[in-house]
Design a binder for this molecule. Structure first.
Ligand SMILES: Nc1ncnc2c1ncn2[C@@H]1O[C@H](COP(=O)(O)OP(=O)(O)OP(=O)(O)O)[C@@H](O)[C@H]1O
Ligand SMILES: [Mg+2]
Length: 350
């Protein structure tokens, strides 16, 4: 099976005076795994519901493949769905639950049995066919829901916060499993979450939504390393957002003696905590060094976060790994620190 493209073209959705989607345009390529990431109320579910046919766009067009699906009922769209509270039928066995979409499509008995078994094997529940949902763990139930969503080989698979009710370990396990199944079946997957770690690990591309619009859509590493806006820099991971001072030739970080080239209108510098290091650990010729006083350190397990303060009062956080060469720092200590010029991301102030 091969996934089909999904396209939003200038889609707006209003609920009375609330604008849930605002001139939203996005093309998801066949077989791609795209995650919609955003805070509560940013329009993620609204976008998914419009593809699923549970909700109509106020304006704009939505296409699955080359075909506009405006006015096409949900059943006619051939889309697989897994939602957080998309309950299994409690009176049916696991196998009957998974068989349901095939029965609706009038698939023959023998083929149903074979495809149900294959789908259950895929989610590693091959031995659970006869169980009732009540006799399954939360993670197993979610896997049955996934098997039911993919059993009819939909070209498009929609998942809305389908892991958020599970504990961390199980969630991480299922993240890998969903990605593996996606790769195996080749469907176009659209995944919704407000968990950025989940979005970054699972996706080919992540769309960051805010106020019903896409702030930025990019590969996870690009989103993290090269955020396009202050909002995205702040939303994805942790960062130091520094209000810089416009000077001749660019921007100066208060308290650090260097000028970074910048375009007009750029006022803010994003510098990830792990991109700041002790000066002696950075061998780059082009590094920018500065001195700071340690305020406090907080232990994270694999890493330690240090809060430091520059002579002019600017506060920064740096993150160090605790492998081999790591030595703790004492509060009050004056430390020589550095970062690479290219690790400072210069942003417009919005
Ligand atoms: N049926 C509705 N009637 C009125 N307003 C709605 C309706 N559905 C959604 N909204 C509003 O539209 C906006 C977007 O909602 P949506 O459910 O898409 O957000 P979301 O990003 O999925 O949030 P969450 O992470 O909380 O699930 C919100 O302001 C919400 O209150
Ligand atoms: Mg939602």
């Amino acid at each position: 099976m091969r996934g089909t493209a999904v396209t939003f073209e200038g889609v707006s959705k209003r609920f009375g005076s609330v604008v849930a989607l605002d001139d939203f345009s996005l093309r998801i390529e066949p077989g791609e795994f795209v995650t919609l990431l955003g805070a509560s109320g940013s329009g993620k579910s609204t976008a998914l519901n419009i593809i699923a046919g549970f909700s109509d766009a106020t304006s704009g067009d939505v296409r699955i493949g080359n075909r506009s699906v405006l006015g096409v009922p949900s059943e006619g769209r051939n889309v697989g769905m897994v939602f957080q509270n998309f309950a299994l039928f409690p009176h049916m066995s696991v196998a009957e639950n998974v068989a349901f979409p095939l029965r609706m499509r009038k698939v023959g008995r023998a083929e149903i049995d074979e495809r149900v078994q294959r789908a259950l094997d895929m989610v590693r529940l091959g031995g659970f066919a006869a169980r009732k949902p009540a006799a399954l763990s939360g993670g197993q139930r979610q896997r049955v829901a996934l098997a039911r969503a993919v059993v009819f080989e939909p070209p498009v698979l929609l998942m809305d916060e389908c892991l958020s009710a599970l504990d961390l370990k199980l969630r991480e396990e299922l993240q890998e499993e969903i990605r593996r199944i996606h790769d195996q079946i080749g469907a176009t997957s659209i995944f919704v979450t407000h968990d950025q770690g989940e979005a970054l690990t699972m996706s080919d591309r992540v769309a960051v939504l805010a106020g019903g619009r896409i702030e930025q859509i990019d590969r996870p590493d690009v989103l993290y390393d090269r955020p396009a806006t202050r909002f995205v820099a702040d939303f994805i991971g942790r960062t130091n957002l520094i209000e810089a001072e416009p000077v001749a030739g660019g921007l100066r970080i208060p308290g650090i003696d260097t000028v970074l080239p910048a375009a007009p209108g750029q006022r803010v510098i994003s510098l990830r905590p792990e991109r700041i290091a002790r000066a002696s650990h950075l061998t780059d010729a082009d590094k920018i060094t500065f001195s700071a006083r340690l305020e406090q350190s907080s232990f994270q397990g694999a890493t330690v976060d240090h809060q430091v303060r520059l002579a002019n009062g600017t506060e920064l956080t740096l993150r160090e790994g605790r492998s081999g060469a790591f030595t703790p720092l004492q509060p009050g200590a004056e430390v020589a620190l550095a970062f690479r010029r290219q690790d400072a991301v210069i942003l417009a102030d919005r």
